[in-house]
Design a protein around this ligand. Sequence first.
Ligand code: ASP
Length: 431
Amino acid sequence: MENKTKAVKFGGSSVCDAKRIDNAAKIIAADSCRRYVTVSAPGKRFSGDEKITNMLYRAFVSTGDDFYSLLEKIKSRFDEIISELAVPVSLDDDFAELLYARKNYFGRDYFASRGEYFCARIFSSYIGYDFVDAAKCVSFGDDGAFLPEATKKRTAAALSKSERAVVPGFYGSMPGGTLKTFERGGSDITGAILASAMNCDEYENWTDVSGFMSADPKTVDNPKTIGIITYKELRRLSFMGAGVLHEDSVLPLMSGKIPIIIKNTLDPDAAGTRVVPERSGKENGVCGIAGKKGFSVLRVFKTKIGTSAADTEKIMRIFAQKGIYPVCVSSGVDCVSLTVPKSRIVGKEDYIRNEICACAEPSCVTLGDDCALIAIVGAGQRLSEVFSALDGERIEATSVDAGSGDGAITVGVAENDLDRAIKALYGKLIK
Ligand code: ASP
């Protein structure tokens, strides 16, 4: 057997019931290098089922009978797993505490974190690994910001006495002990934290698909699986909605250049996708396309605004004050245009327009052009093929950005054209 150390993460669908947990346990047993394990909360068992995390969020905002019956349902899902796996774990006291926790406002994140916490306790008992609470590993500051350095140190210390351990995904603690979760899908980040803190050779991320698809299968029939992709490319595709892995899960791995292997629990022998720090020259080529609706374009017109750093800075400051970030900025001589997520700007349109008028005195500000953005990752120099694919479908590109330095091209199209554009681009550049 290889003499490597691996961190391993099992997603919600891989631990949704006792059978799947047993399957995950077999995967761990098949390779003694799999020493540090993190798990999500049990996910959906069948279409129409509800993820435990969603039930916990719902329970948190429920009252009276609804609250009790939801907690009862959540408990019975865990009790069923416990009894089928025949592990010596009881969650009776924990659920009693959950009732108490809600009444005393321990917080929404505490509630949400219990899915991972219970699952990791059951899983560690089943495979005979130590249980180490993520509250002892993952640190957030008083302001809720994730603290990577402190986390690495605390995780290494918390795991130093464990030859093999299971740590719940998704959450950590703030000073004083209050629990705090990452964004949804954040167990991927916990897995990467374990890999980095324990200097692992690989981070295996086990999910229910055989790797990262080169396009959304809801849009493109049978898209190819990506064999190899870089950290940057993965971040770009994940940000654009390709949902296999949380985009921030590569961050803890960067300094150690630890590769991620995305694998399928239902098809463990499939090669999956390797996520690596850099590509070697031979592997260049388009590797994926992802698109997302919900962007608006703000245009500010003023003579020579494109050459005025002061005006651009004022606009950026107004955005920053309101938590709005532009995903694409382009400027001509007399116009600057900024593409921003629509969800960030709704309700603030008048404020933004008035502030820009007051600070930069433009001749005109327009906000509109609802659009979708498509990232074509690995496309590098193949701009002409991108235009020819869109042209063949008579789709107009409303914006183009090929200068982000990560080998990706981003094009804006009208929201209604999104699916057709992705199909055409896939046909031309990947198929
Ligand atoms: N259980 C959490 C969620 O559903 C975190 C995770 O699964 O990664 O978002």
